[in-house]
Every structure is written in C-alpha cells, then in structure tokens.
Design a protein around this ligand. Structure first.
Ligand code: CO
Length: 302
C-alpha cells in the first residue's frame, strides 16, 4: 500500500480507456435487431481481450426498464428486437487499472430523445468537472439537463470514484443535488453516469442475477464448491464475473456451477448483483465516461 498515490500509472489507465472507447464503437456494428444478446456480449468481450485487456466486469446489456446489471445468461436465447433500448455498459482492465463507460442504443426512434438527453446530461456534467468542484453541483447539473428534456434521473444510481482494483470506490456522484458538497480532487479517477428515465426515477432489484464477485475466502466443505471457488480465484480474482463465464469454465456443468454459487453465497464468499429495474417500468437510458480530474478541467479516459 506504500506510495500508492505516487505509483499510480495513468498510462495504463489510459490504455484501458482507449480499448473501452474502441469497444463501444465496435458495439454499434454488433447490436442490431435479430442478433442474440449472448452473441453481442461475446463479441464485445472478445474485442476487449483481443486488444490485450481484461474485463473490469462482464459487459452489461440491459434493455428497456432494466437499468443495469443484466449480462446474458448461459445459453441465453434472447434476441434483440427492433424496438429495444439497450444500454451497453463495459470496462476494460489493464493490470489493476479499471475503466467504466456506457452508451445507449435506441433501435426505436421514438426513444432517441431520451438517449440524446442522457448524452447531453453527461456532456454538461463533464464541462463542470475540475478540482474543488462539489459533487452535488455535478448532480444538480445532470438533473437540470434531464428535466429540461422532459425526463427524470434515477436517484439511487450514480457515478463513482475508481481506484486500483476497485470499480466503485471513495465517492458516489449523484444524478441530482443530494447536498453532498465533497469536492473533487486533482488526479482523482471518476466515472460520471447519468441514468435518465421516462419513469419515476428509482430502481429496485429484479429477479435475474447474472453477476457475482468474490468477497471472502471461506473454504466450503463440498468438493464441487471448492473447485468453483478455486476457479473463481484463479480466473476472475476479485473482479465481477458472469454466471455464463463460470458455467463455461466448468465445461458446461450448469448444475455444479449453480449449486456451488448458492453454497458460496451462503458461506459469505460472494456478493451477488441482481438486475436493477426501474420501479415504475419506465424506459431507461444511460451514458458514462471515465475521467481524470484536473486542476481546471478533466481528461476523458474512455
Ligand atoms: Co460506472
């Protein structure tokens, strides 16, 4: 932990940032009606791996009222429809340097206004970023832009600090003025992510859980669960992983993977991230970039 600040390698962060931004550009060629969500996810994840990076987390492809945390299931049969509004949230990792970025594609032109509003909210928020800026001012700006376009922001989702090894660290950057006057600091790495919706602006846990993260090291009794925990440690470390990655790693043994995950959750070795769904069923749009706070502005990493 010594000299962590001075050893921070912005070059590696920027490398991962470029790969993330390129992956988002690649997405536009992959996401179209008739494509299987799982094929789209694998194509994006392969793109990032081929560019020499790891995944900061499984690519999220949340549609409609799903705001976040949907990544395709193992043998997912869902096909992208011509009315879908799809959020693509992804992050590349170079060693311990993580990035996080997102965009939304509205295949139904009726929702383009919502998508453009979230992009504008992100731009307006970024224009305020500099050292000393209070985080509630960022949130106020995001909400102002959203309201001026006729939409609500999602109150219980927001941006965050990013530290080495940890995607959600230090600070929460709200999508409204929550009164938190914590100032941004020069050199800080943050992600700003306005979530806008046609609904009331609040997400709750949905039924589907596809993303997990290792948080403990208690060895379970069952041999299967031990195998699975060892696989997680070796292949995913403490980064979030997808159930479909694990099942593939178990040579398609779905029963073993699922039963062991339940066992490891019980033992306190894992955290689960359920799909987050807009409470009133509103359509959700998201835009996100990773930034480095500078003295008078910021550098965009993704
Ligand atoms: Co984020």
């Amino acid at each position: 932990m010594e000299n962590e600040e001075t050893e921070y390698d912005y070059k590696k962060l920027k490398e991962a940032g470029k790969v993330s931004a390129d992956a988002l550009k690649h997405v536009a060629t992959v996401i179209k009606p008739g494509t299987k969500l799982s094929d789209a996810a694998e194509s994006i994840e392969r793109f990032i791996a081929d560019a020499g990076c790891g995944m900061a987390f499984p690519v999220n492809l949340s549609t409609g009222a799903e705001a976040a945390h949907y990544t395709p299931e193992f043998s997912d049969q869902r096909v992208i429809g011509d009315k879908d509004v799809i959020k693509i949230d992804l992050g590349a990792r170079k060693d311990a340097y993580l990035t996080d970025c997102a965009m939304t594609m509205a295949l139904d032109p009726a929702h383009l206004k919502l998508v453009e509003a979230s992009e504008k909210a992100l731009e307006d928020a970024i224009s305020l970023v500099k050292s000393g800026r209070s985080i509630n001012e960022i949130g106020r700006e995001i909400e102002k832009t959203a309201k001026s376009c006729g939409f609500n922001t999602i109150r219980n989702l927001g941006g965050h600090g990013i530290s080495q090894e940890e995607l959600h660290a230090d600070i929460f950057i709200p999508n409204f003025d929550n009164g938190d006057t914590t100032p941004l600091e020069e050199g800080q790495v943050i992600a700003i992510e306005p979530f806008l919706t046609t609904g009331v602006g609040y997400v709750t846990n949905g039924e589907s859980i596809q993303i997990f993260q290792k948080t403990g090291d208690v060895m379970p009794r069952s041999q299967d669960s031990r195998d699975v925990l060892n696989h997680i440690t070796e292949h995913f470390s403490t980064y979030p992983f997808a159930m479909r990655w694990l099942i593939k790693g178990m040579d398609g043994n779905e029963f073993k993977a699922r039963r062991s995950i339940a066992d490891l959750l019980n033992a306190g070795d894992l955290e689960a991230f359920p799909v987050l769904v807009e409470k009133s069923g509103g359509i959700v749009s998201q835009a996100e970039k990773t930034l480095i706070v500078e003295k008078d502005s910021c550098a965009i990493v993704t």
